[in-house]
Design a protein around this ligand. Sequence first.
Ligand code: HAM
Length: 431
Amino acid sequence: MALQRPKGTRDHLPDGSPQLKLDVSARAFKHVTDTAARVLERGGAAFIATPLFEEAELVKRGVGGSTDIVRKEMFMVYYFGDHGGYVLRPEGTAGLVRAYLENGLKQLPSPLKLWTHGPMFRAENVQKGRLRQFHQVDYEVLGSADALVDAEAIWLMVQVVRELGLTGVQVRLGSIGDPQDRDTYNAYLRELFTPHLERLSDDSRDRLERNPMRILDSKSAGDQTLIAELSVKPMLDFLGAEARTHFEAVRGHLDSWKVAYEVDPSIVRGLDYYRRTAWELHHAHIGAKSALGGGGRYDGLAKELGGPETPGIGWAFGTERILLAMEQEGLSLPAAEGPLVYIAALDAGQVPLAARVALGLRSVMRADFGYKPQKPGNAFREGERRGAVFTALIGSDEAAAGTVALKHMASGEQLSVPVGELSALLLARPS
Ligand code: HAM
């Protein structure tokens, strides 16, 4: 059996792994989710966790039957040779809105801000930054149609990448309009593309019938050439008065908070549930086609899923793409935290005692111990390798006296400390 992970998946590895780069570092991965947690929870978002698989019908209704995700990229869940109509979630929003509706979260203070992170699955052609199992940090707000909520969502997304230290990011902001604006735009696109039917890819011919706007999102080079030749007018030109007022209000807030963005009149996004505000977060080194993240308003989604009318907005970024951008910018992580103290026994008889002292300290600090007896030189080297601030030795003399021989690694200073006083002394000397 080949020891090989499935195509389009990643292992995120601990520090010290051979040839570890930042984009597969587990500590970097955790740093991204910890940073997102800090920023989003300071902003009032509550953590929520939903299943990794959902009813296929829910995803289809939510994401949209004409999207690439639903048409080509869904992983069915099989068991005992059959499938119960479930798919691995390709994104988080549909499941999260389902959870909101099913669990009566409407009763919580509104608007309700939620965030989650976890794996998403899309059976895509694997390439740089495009995986089959990837992770998203996802922020969603339910219960308000106020433009202020849109602007705050964008601010939070920018704040997460800022706190990660990324500088080469750009927000591209647009609007998909209201459903009637989208109908007008689709009618325009149908008229424009129909005379060129033979030049469109098979997929886009189908899109022309179901949802012409999806043609603009096509990955086919031929389609993109035709789009450029026809000088297709952007969605933004078709906004109705209400959607335009909303868009201007979002811009007004962002301008007043000095959040930099560019208006991207042709933004379409790859999912069907969007209305009005839509944006993407791009990065200079990740390539024009691959966004670090994206989001938008989806006021019609709850109703589409069978619930009451509930306005909503949110965004997600791809954790692996963020890591790739951090790697490209040469960012470094905060220093790894090794144990504050490493405790080694000098003889086999003292190993259980070393373990007991370490376990006792763990309620207030990081403490580790050696599973085998070690000579002092080896114990100090081991403590250093693990990043310990202190190394403590326990031999038969120390065991008899109820003490440890403690070394402060940075200064080399050594002293004998009663076990009962160890915790206070270590906490008082943290570096
Ligand atoms: P999305 O634009 O499909 O939006 O995905 C958001 C981000 O997930 C992308 O910008 C990218 O960073 C990452 N991503 C997507 N596909 C892949 C892939 N195959 N490999 C690696 N990373 C990927 C959504 O999923 C929406 N649910 C966002 C949202 C939340 N809208 C409203 N609320």
